[in-house]
Design a protein. Structure first.
Length: 60
């Protein structure tokens, strides 16, 4: 029986992992370029917490 080539198997796993990461990055960049984020779910208003003046009271 032939001896297993662990280095070859490891290299194949690394290549598959890198390919998957590259595809994920390309998908993120495509979504970013088209203006679709997907994380907001319709919430387009920026979140601005109340200002803190150091006295414990929030400025309004």
């Amino acid at each position: 029986m032939a001896k297993p080539n662990y280095s070859f198997e490891k290299r194949q796993r690394e290549l598959a992992k890198k390919k998957k990461q590259d595809e994920k990055l390309a998908k993120k960049q495509a979504a970013k370029g088209s203006g679709q984020d997907g994380d907001n779910y319709g919430d387009h208003a920026p979140h601005n917490p109340p200002a803190d003046d150091g006295t414990g009271n929030t400025a309004q």
